[in-house]
Design a protein around this ligand. Structure first.
Ligand code: NAP
Length: 252
């Protein structure tokens, strides 16, 4: 039996977790909803860095780490890869493909918050879809700007900012209505990939709006990388069949 630890926090990870067995573990940072209908164990909260994760892997006799965190959760991914190396536990990762700009799109790539701020200078009504980070900068909003920030939980706004609490998936109709109501002139986004939050790109294209796109962080090398949950689930199934065969024919 290979006991699997899935590092989650995304819709794709939850899809994987729904297929785990009772001995497996689904791990969440604790920022979003905690599912209460899974067959596997669910644990919540950090491990205490790489060292803590190494201890956890040993204590729980984990045989495989599956890093299914968001592509921008770079710290957790780095810790998973190095803890796996130290504890001699294989690490697989689910890394969905980034979105690609089409010919008619106007994407302006940035690497960090300072570049976001500089890229926004000519605009007045940005929509931020970067998670919580803009909340730490509410006192820096230039006089000519009004920010709309969409993140997982609602927060009180200010005279110059509205904060919308919402979690995807977002529909094309819903995004069209949001853009129409708020008259955004630029969108700020992570390149998350996947369908759940893609509609904003379609509506930006329809309205000819530029997108300030935060580049993906670099992620560590791991034993195997999968682009889809289906491919990863198929590999897990193969691993289980091989393990079962080994238990039936010990030493083979
Ligand atoms: P991060 O910066 O890479 O991780 C920060 C710390 O949070 C990690 O060092 C770890 O603490 C803890 N942590 C993160 N994911 C964990 C998990 N699945 N299980 C246990 N501990 C975890 O991560 P983040 O960007 O803050 O994201 C936090 C969570 O939200 C992740 O699970 C991610 O999948 C999800 N999420 C992130 C984004 C995003 O844009 N970043 C978007 C959607 C969902 P220790 O060092 O103490 O172990």
């Amino acid at each position: 039996m290979t006991r699997i630890l899935v590092l989650g926090g995304t819709g794709d990870a939850l899809k994987l977790a729904r297929r785990l067995k009772s001995e497996d573990i689904y791990s969440l940072a604790g920022l979003g909803k905690i599912p209460d209908d899974l067959v596997c164990h669910v644990r919540v909260g950090g491990f205490g860095g790489t060292e803590g994760l190494v201890r956890f892997l040993k204590d729980e006799r984990i045989g495989l780490i599956v890093d299914a965190t968001h592509p921008y959760a770079a710290q957790m991914s780095a810790n998973a890869a190095s803890a796996g190396r130290i504890a001699a536990v294989a690490c697989w990762a689910l890394r969905r493909s980034p979105w690609e700009p089409r010919a008619e799109d106007d994407w302006r790539f940035v690497c960090d918050w300072n570049e976001v701020r500089a890229a926004l200078t000519p605009f007045a009504r940005p929509l931020f879809t970067l998670g919580r980070e803009p909340l730490a900068h509410l006192d820096e909003i230039p006089a000519h700007q009004y920010w709309t920030i969409r993140c997982l939980d609602a927060h009180p706004g200010t005279e110059q900012a509205r904060i919308i609490g919402a979690r995807g998936p977002f529909t094309l109709e819903g995004e069209r209505a949001l853009f129409e109501e708020n008259r955004f002139d630029v969108i700020v986004s992570k390149n998350s990939g996947g369908a759940a939050t893609e509609a904003k790109l379609d509506v930006a294209r329809e309205r000819g709006l530029p997108i300030v796109m935060l580049r993906r962080p670099s992620l560590p090398d791991v034993e195997r990388i999968f682009e889809t949950t289906d491919a990863l689930l198929a590999a897990l199934e193969t691993l289980r069949i091989e393990n079962d065969a080994r238990m039936i024919r010990p030493g083979s």
